[in-house]
Every structure is written in C-alpha cells, then in structure tokens.
Design a protein around this ligand. Structure first.
Ligand SMILES: Nc1nc2c(ncn2[C@@H]2O[C@H](COP(=O)(O)OP(=O)(O)OP(=O)(O)O)[C@@H](O)[C@H]2O)c(=O)[nH]1
Ligand SMILES: [Mg+2]
Length: 404
C-alpha cells in the first residue's frame, strides 16, 4: 500500500476516533469466544512456549508440488493444472478462455456465498414478496433480517433509517425499488473499502499477517504466495508462529507446494528473530515479497499483542519502512466477533488491511458489510473455500452481484 494511502487510512481512523462513535474509542473489550463452528478463536490459550532462539534455517523449495496439505487439495487441482508453470507468469490465454475462466470464478463466488444468500437476500425477498407498499411492519421485519444476517445493529439501523426517509419522501414506493436501493446502498459501503493488493515500488514488500488462532492465516498466506508465484514473483515465507508445534510444518508444506522459500527457526524460538532473518534473506536473494506468519494464540492476549508489536518493530530494523502492510485475517463464521477482534489488533499493530475467510461456511457473510461500514479498513481478500482460487481479491461489485 502506498504511503499516502496509508496516511489517508490512518487519518480516517483518527478522524473517527476524535469524532467519537469510533470502534476504537470503545476500548479493547475481550471478544467473546467463537460463535462459529470452525474457528474457536479466543485470545487466550494455555502453555508457554519454550524460549531460546536458534539459528535460522532456510528450507529451499523441494520437489513437493502436488503434495496434500491438510484442509486443501493438490496444487495442481488448485491452480487448474498450472503447477508446472509456477513462476512463468500468467501465460497467454485466448479471450474466450479468459471469459470462461471469469464466468467460472463468478460461479464459484456465487456457490461460495450460497449460505449467506439463503440467510440474507432470500430472507429479504420473502419479506418483500407479495407486498403492495412499504409499511412500518415491513421495515421492522427488514431491519431484523439485516441484524440477523450479521450486518451489525448500527449499520442495519442506518440502512433502514435511510430507506424510511426515502419512503416518507415517496422516493421509494415499491418493494422492487426498495430491493434495488438496498443492493446499491450495500455496494456503496463495500466499494469504499475495496482493497487492491499490490507490491508497489517496495522490494522486498513485507506483509505481516496477524489474527487469532484458526481464522485461516497460514492458509491465506499459502494462497497469496501461490498467486504471486504464479505471476513470477520470488516469495519468502517467514514461519513466525513458533508457538504451535505443527505451525512451521504447515507453512513448509505450503512453501513446497507453491515453490517458495520458508525461513524458520526451532519451535518455541523468538518470532521476531525469524521475521528479521526472513527479511534479511529476502534482501540478499532479491525476493519480491516476504509474508510473515504469526501465532494466533499465546497464553494471554497481552502477550500476543506484545509479541506482534515486537515482530513489527524488528522487521523495521531489518528494512526501514517495513512491514509495508499489516494484514488482519478475520473468520466470517464468527460474525460480529470479527469486528471486536479488528479493534483489538488495530490498537496494537495498526492494521492496514483485512482478509475475510470462510465466507463459504457461513450464513453470516453479511458481516462484511458491517466490517466495511464500521472499520473503514480496506478488505484485500475474501476466502470462499480451501482451494487457491478460493482466495479472491475483494471485488465489491462481483460480491454484491453474486449475493443479490
Ligand atoms: N471453508 C474454508 N476454510 C478455510 C478458509 N480459509 C481457511 N480455512 C480453513 O481454516 C482452517 C484453519 O486455517 P489455518 O490457516 O490453519 O488458520 P491459522 O489462522 O493459521 O490458525 P493458527 O495457526 O492456529 O493460528 C484450515 O482447516 C483451513 O483450511 C476458507 O476461506 N474457507
Ligand atoms: Mg497458522
């Protein structure tokens, strides 16, 4: 993200803070434990990691492309048989093939958002079905539908208030017009927070990935790495989650699959040292992108935040101005809890952008509207499944079209 954009973003945050009504001014409440089935993200966990930094090891990519990674298909499946072309750029495709691919992607997006469509847009359609006019009872039902679709109370109330005003001024007179208005209002909220992940002029570009445990950080890192490898970029992954025993191994499997180097230390060592070494390795090897994985769970929330701040600081020592972007991964299945998590992380490490995962596994996908409306942090990626193509750059128009 360009420096100017970053300032603009912070400006907006501070502006909201000063003007109150800001999520940050509400303090850092402990988010309730996961509402969704998949994540269980709590900020507290048992067990102190062993300490003691050990020498860095760089695992060069092996022959492992095509291996199984838990919770995902093979790289060949995921890249549409392009595993052998990793690093060779996008390749030439005809207009027709490109069009087919685009339609395929949109179809997958629609499929991925099926549960949210059921729990959100279909509910709205049932409320509006057969109605001749828009009365107070209809608006009440509509508001309830928005809140239960996890848009959040304040966003839902604001949308209904706007609709009420338009109804009073006779600008909205039919249920169809109301549906169109709602779709457009949601699109406006989402477009304003559409991110555009680019490396810009920084080499290496350092992306620090944070989030509570189980939200999909490591998987998202693997998917981002695959996408950049596919474009021919040199990617280095930093195994900064030294807390969980299997975490390094999980990242290494991704590294092998996408042909990206993984910098790791021993289990329990200092994550900041891993990040430092990864940035040094990237500078020495002329890498384009360094993605730093981090732990989601330490024995207290405060420890996790202190650790992340240290990782951030130490990265800046290895490369002034880095990390260039702090990406917070949120799990859509946790609904409104995702918003509380974002506030806590933003206070600690100043989050630049968001990835919202597991939109395929939940009817709570409406939370993205609340997230964009309340947080004003750009959404870079959405996750709609476990395959590489299921991590998408966030395209608000495609999203709304797939939903409505
Ligand atoms: N259905 C679905 N599953 C996902 C998505 N993103 C990640 N997952 C799954 O979520 C689970 C947890 O993902 P991880 O990447 O290990 O999460 P993490 O944040 O690194 O977790 P910790 O390392 O424990 O902090 C895995 O089974 C992933 O396959 C998604 O968009 N859709
Ligand atoms: Mg992980």
């Amino acid at each position: 993200m360009a420096e100017g954009e970053k300032k603009g973003l912070f400006g907006r945050w501070f502006g909201r803070k000063a003007g109150d009504g800001s999520p940050l001014s509400e303090g850092t409440e402990e988010p309730p434990s996961a509402a969704g089935p998949a994540a269980g993200p709590e900020l507290e966990a048992a067990g102190e990691p062993e300490t003691g930094s050990r020498p860095a090891e760089v695992a060069d990519s092996g022959e492992g492309a095509g291996e199984e990674v838990p919770g995902a298909g093979t790289i060949a499946d995921e890249l549409g048989g392009q595993a052998g072309e990793l690093g060779e750029g996008d390749g030439e495709v005809g207009e027709e093939a490109e069009d087919r691919r685009r339609r395929g992607l949109l179809g997958r997006l629609r499929e991925g958002l099926a549960k949210t469509r059921q729990g959100f847009v279909h509910k709205i359609d049932r409320i509006l079905f057969g109605k001749k006019e828009i009365d107070a009872a209809t608006l009440g039902e509509l508001e309830e539908a928005l809140v239960t679709a996890d848009l959040g109370v304040s966003t839902s109330m604001r949308l209904i208030r706007e609709i009420q005003e338009k109804v009073d001024r006779k600008e909205l007179t039919s249920p169809e017009a109301l549906r169109t208005h709602l779709k457009e209002a949601i699109l406006r909220i989402l477009v304003a927070d559409e991110g555009h992940f680019e490396l810009g002029g920084h080499r290496p570009y350092v992306l620090l990935v944070v989030g509570v445990n189980g939200v999909g950080k490591t998987t998202t890192i693997g998917k981002i790495a695959a996408q950049f490898r596919r474009r021919g970029h040199k990617v280095i992954l930093a195994a900064g989650d030294t807390f969980r025993a299997a975490a390094v191994e999980q990242l290494e499997i991704w590294g092998q699959r996408v042909d990206a180097q993984v910098v790791r230390h021993q289990h329990g060592s200092d994550p900041a040292a891993v990040a430092y070494d990864a940035v040094e390795a990237a500078k020495a090897r002329g890498a384009d992108l360094v993605i730093v994985d981090t732990a989601g769970r330490l024995h207290t929330k405060a420890n996790l935040m202190e650790e992340l701040k240290k990782v951030q600081r130490v990265i800046g020592k290895a490369l002034p101005g880095a990390p260039h972007e702090v990406l917070l991964v949120l799990d859509a299945t946790t609904g409104q809890n995702a918003i509380s998590q974002a506030k806590i992380f933003h206070e600690a490490v100043r989050v630049d952008s968001l990835a919202l995962t597991k939109l395929d596994g939940t009817a709570k996908g409406g939370v993205i509207v609340g997230i964009c409306d309340e947080l004003k942090i750009p959404v870079q990626f959405i996750g709609i499944g476990e395959k590489v193509d299921d991590l998408r750059p966030f395209d608000a128009t495609a999203f709304v079209d797939a939903l409505f």
